[in-house]
Design a binder for this molecule. Structure first.
Ligand SMILES: Nc1ncnc2c1ncn2[C@@H]1O[C@H](COP(=O)(O)OP(=O)(O)OP(=O)(O)O)[C@@H](O)[C@H]1O
Ligand SMILES: [Mg+2]
Length: 334
């Protein structure tokens, strides 16, 4: 099967004077049709910029400095703004953390959900109306016939997020990018939103790129996980691999920071130190593994160069010079 999305050697820089500060560095990954892939990592590690580069939506002053994105066989870099607009919302769509800022406060919910359809060529009002109702039911918005007349401020946070998801999927995109879609919501609503995403994936076959700083959330929804640290991809694998056999010290630290049922009673492992700022990273001594300054196992060689990916078996690889693939492979054979 052909991957739906191929991100190859993607680098994103933030323009500062005449230089680019590296925010995302040389990351590559694939998403297969129907797959849910998660990106996890601490705040500021480049998750959102990675996501925004896919539909070509990087903010002002932030640019692609290397690599590219192939979506459904098309190189995003080679597309005109017009062609990109045709893809956005129609083939690739996004859901963000804060639904209030992404919804138009002056537009009724019904009109709002109808907008992407109109934008992508739907003309028949009856068909548009039916589709809006259908999608509202699909995302679990009750009494849609009443809700379509309301404004965003009349809805609860959880309902607004459902409206956002309805907007995002109304054109049946092939890829849904969800950037912390449940983070601002309380735990019960968060769980509902995660179940909804899972259902969308199952019923519509939509691939999902799911971003979260919370490994627990990623565990519940994703097939595969990419672990990012300071603009780099440090480990990737199936949720099972990452959860039961994390290899990178950073992934292990992240794992230790979440209370999992099996770990109940054990002390939470915290990672001392903090993510380097992009200004710090622009300096030469950050040529090596960005995690080295915080890593309990770091040796001198870790500071010299960022390591290549070491395959640890099917669907699992890590970028850590200290890893002995032979001994790590043991778990694959067990
Ligand atoms: N528009 C921007 N202008 C300048 N710097 C930016 C911009 N957007 C992001 N950055 C910087 O780029 C780096 C990566 O940011 P990004 O938003 O991708 O992180 P993130 O992993 O999504 O974090 P969070 O979990 O907080 O959302 C950060 O250092 C951030 O400060
Ligand atoms: Mg973000």
């Amino acid at each position: 099967m052909m991957p739906l999305l191929r991100v190859e050697g993607l680098s994103v820089g933030i323009r500062r004077n005449r230089k680019y500060l590296p925010a995302v560095e040389n990351i590559s990954f694939k998403i297969m049709p129907g797959e849910i892939v998660g990106i996890v990592g601490e705040s500021g590690c480049g998750k959102s910029l990675t996501a925004l580069s896919i539909p070509g939506l990087l903010p002002q002053g932030v640019e692609l400095t290397g690599g590219g994105v192939i979506f459904d066989g098309r190189d995003i870099r080679g597309l005109s703004e017009r062609e990109l607009c045709r893809i956005r919302g129609n083939e690739i769509s996004m859901v963000f953390q804060e639904p209030m800022t992404s919804l138009n406060p002056l537009l009724r919910i019904g009109a709002q959900i109808a907008e992407p359809l109109k934008l992508h060529g739907w003309k028949n009002r009856k068909l548009i109306g039916d589709e809006v109702m259908d999608i509202m039911n699909k995302v679990g918005l009750r009494s849609p016939e009443k809700l379509i007349h309301e404004y965003p401020h009349q809805l609860s946070g959880g309902m607004r997020q459902r409206v956002m998801i309805a907007l995002a999927i109304v054109c049946k995109p092939k890829l849904l990018i969800a950037d912390e879609p449940a983070t601002a919501l309380d735990v019960t609503i968060q769980a509902q939103i995660l179940r909804l995403m899972k259902r969308i994936n199952r019923d519509l076959g939509t691939s999902i790129l799911f971003i979260s700083h919370d490994l627990g959330v990623i565990n519940r929804i994703c097939d595969r996980v990419l672990v990012m640290y300071s603009g780099r991809l440090v480990e990737e694998g199936t949720v099972r691999n990452i959860f039961f056999h994390p290899v990178h010290e950073y992934t292990r630290g992240l794992m230790g920071s979440i209370p999992v049922r099996e770990r109940k009673g054990q002390a939470l492992v915290n990672i001392p130190g903090k993510v380097p700022s992009i200004e710090e990273k622009g300096e030469a001594h950050f040529a090596g593994c960005p995690f080295a300054p915080r890593c309990v196992r770091a040796e001198d060689r870790c500071f010299a160069a960022f390591p290549k990916a070491i395959p640890l078996g099917e669907n699992h690889s890590v970028r850590c010079i200290l890893v002995d693939p032979e001994s790590e492979m043991e778990y694959v054979r067990i």
